[in-house]
Design a protein around this ligand. Structure first.
Ligand code: NI
Length: 200
């Protein structure tokens, strides 16, 4: 019984992931104009979150500069650290130009990623990467705005632990906060640096 349930759950998750992936691709063609729906970008939008110093930050604080937005969580075993490492290499490659873009790492795990925990975590990557957390509702609103797929998955062996299954794209937004393009977390650092440079 238990294994059947687990298989059913796993299939459900896979179906969910596939749907989210397909949805993102359908609503996210390479032509930026096509992502506009009634004048509003399909990806991105207002958010109200807390930075690692405990200060309230909204999209207005980042206006006037392009923005690269990445969602994840500090307990992520591999996807998030490798994505952030790629971003670090790309920002290092950009040198001083890295200051011309805001790079935001928004947590998908507000319960464990407090401002302090997130601050500790982002410190190990490029200094320009800013961590943002918030209440579960605030994080949920940001997840919805960026069309991120994120599902909590309980640890089978230890019910007190959990993982988060999530899509992981870098979203490149222009200085007006409008979606420009996205890259998978596995993107090449050099390609990412070039795309950022082209957006400045
Ligand atoms: Ni992750």
């Amino acid at each position: 019984m238990a294994s059947k349930l687990i298989i059913a759950l796993a299939l459900g998750l896979l179906a969910g992931a596939a749907t989210a992936y397909v949805t993102l691709n359908v609503t996210d063609p390479s032509t930026p104009q096509a992502t506009q729906t009634a004048g509003r970008p399909a990806i991105g939008g207002p958010f109200s979150l807390t930075d690692t110093a405990g200060q309230r930050r909204t999209e207005k604080d980042f206006a006037g500069k392009p923005m690269l937005v990445f969602f994840g969580f500090t307990n992520c075993p591999d996807v998030c650290p490798s994505g952030l490492q790629t971003l670090t290499v790309a920002l290092n490659e950009l040198g001083e130009k890295a200051n011309q873009i805001s790079t935001l790492f928004i947590t998908l795990d507000p319960e464990r990623d407090t401002a302090a925990a997130l601050g500790q975590y982002v410190k190990s990557f490029h200094p320009n990467i800013q961590g943002l957390t918030g209440t579960p509702d605030e994080i949920q609103a940001a997840i919805k705005a960026y069309r991120v797929y994120a599902v909590k998955v309980p640890d089978e062996k230890d019910p007190t632990r959990y993982n988060i299954d999530h899509s992981s794209f870098f979203y490149l937004m222009n200085a007006n906060g409008a979606y420009t393009k996205h890259f998978p977390h596995s993107t090449d650092a050099n390609a990412l640096a070039k795309a950022i440079a082209a957006a400045l």
